[in-house]
Design a protein around this ligand. Sequence first.
Ligand SMILES: Cc1cc2nc3c(=O)[nH]c(=O)nc-3n(C[C@H](O)[C@H](O)[C@H](O)COP(=O)(O)OP(=O)(O)OC[C@H]3O[C@@H](n4cnc5c(N)ncnc54)[C@H](O)[C@@H]3O)c2cc1C
Length: 426
Amino acid sequence: MANPNELADLASSTQINEVDIAIVGGAMAGATLALGLAELAKQQASIGADAPIKIALIEAHKPSNEHPGFDARSIAISHGSIFELKQLGLWQHLDPLATPISNIHVSDRGHFGMTELNSESLHLPYLGQVVELEAVGNKLFSLLEKSDIALYCPSRLHSVEARIDSQLLTLEDGQQISAKLVVAADGVNSKVRQAFKQPLEQVEFGQSAIIANIHTEQPHAGWAYERFTQTGPLALLPMADNKGDSRLSLVWALPPEEAERLLTAPKSEFIDKLQQAFGYRAGRFVDVGNRFSYPLTLSYMPRPIYHRTVFLGNAAQTLHPIAGQGFNLGLRDVVCLIEVLKQVLANPEGQAGKDVGSSELTHLFLERRKTDRQGTMNSIEFLVRGFSNDYWPLVVGRNLGLRLLSWFPPLKAPVARRAMGWNQGE
Ligand SMILES: Cc1cc2nc3c(=O)[nH]c(=O)nc-3n(C[C@H](O)[C@H](O)[C@H](O)COP(=O)(O)OP(=O)(O)OC[C@H]3O[C@@H](n4cnc5c(N)ncnc54)[C@H](O)[C@@H]3O)c2cc1C
């Protein structure tokens, strides 16, 4: 990286690229937004708009196994999110990489409560789909390269300067971009948030998650599992078969010391411990791939907007992975921003007369995201605290809740709606 004097020289010798929207961070949230906006620009061009929106995307990493946003994780994409990705024209590219979830089994270790959700009884082809982020990253990056987006990658944001009618971004290599609107999709340690000294609230759960791929003796047949244990929740998602090998993607929340120990424990000890915690509902676990750990904290910006700036995805809120909602919620941020932009651009004055970074736009985004964002964060905090606890009224309450759900299927509908990402605006 250049020192401040070198950077100033470099910046003054390069031309400033003027765009309408600069997105910082091109992982799940930033890349889907960029591609969604590129589609919007194409639509504008096809109806003869004078100047379709110009978009720049700045991402520090090219796809590789070092990429922090497209790593070894597998994530569950809800039914609702798949609908949104189809609307954005992206699902057709991700579908061949995905494994459908046909059934979800939820249980509470050592207690009687358990329930099941299944796609057949809800008359759906699937409840959600599982994708491996590394493969998704490669796909989205190749689409970005083919689009009209000004792609700065690998390139890192160095600083951002707020001006009255634009934001001036300087990259570590001295290039400069002037944008009417900055979208910060640069994750939990957002450089944009730090530059504008915007607060981040954090709730510690005192847990770390181990993630790994687990090889099973019996085929998974599209089952996903969520098991609440005394030390924290454990989730297993079905993955694509690898040369006839059945694999499940594990997220296991544990006290940090136990997570650290199990991360490097011999494979046989790890598998025994996991089998003990989970039981044999998915058959015998026969092998485990590379293990990684993540600290589990809920981090969120109380107010994810600033002058000509919108924060979304993990930059706005980073959730506990217990309910598999992080990207699903981030995607709803993306969709909302695109809707708000469409509304601004549809103004009869046209784009030239309308400012895509106006406070009207940022406030509209803030207002529209309030209920879903707060509701999702509250329900996840309730799940983590309520199910990682042996306080008896909570144990009785949650077990009765799970049992009632399985005895009275109509009660499942609202729960299923939430799990599948159809809870927006409720
Ligand atoms: C173990 C685990 C399991 C999960 N399971 C699920 C699940 O089942 N379902 C679900 O919906 N979600 C799940 N999530 C959450 C989901 O993975 C995240 O919400 C999502 O990937 C976040 O994407 P993002 O683009 O918002 O942020 P990030 O992935 O944090 O990306 C930020 C990007 O910004 C870039 N960047 C940072 N600083 C700069 C800079 N200065 N200049 C340029 N670029 C920069 C980084 O390189 C990175 O690519 C899970 C998370 C974990 C940890």
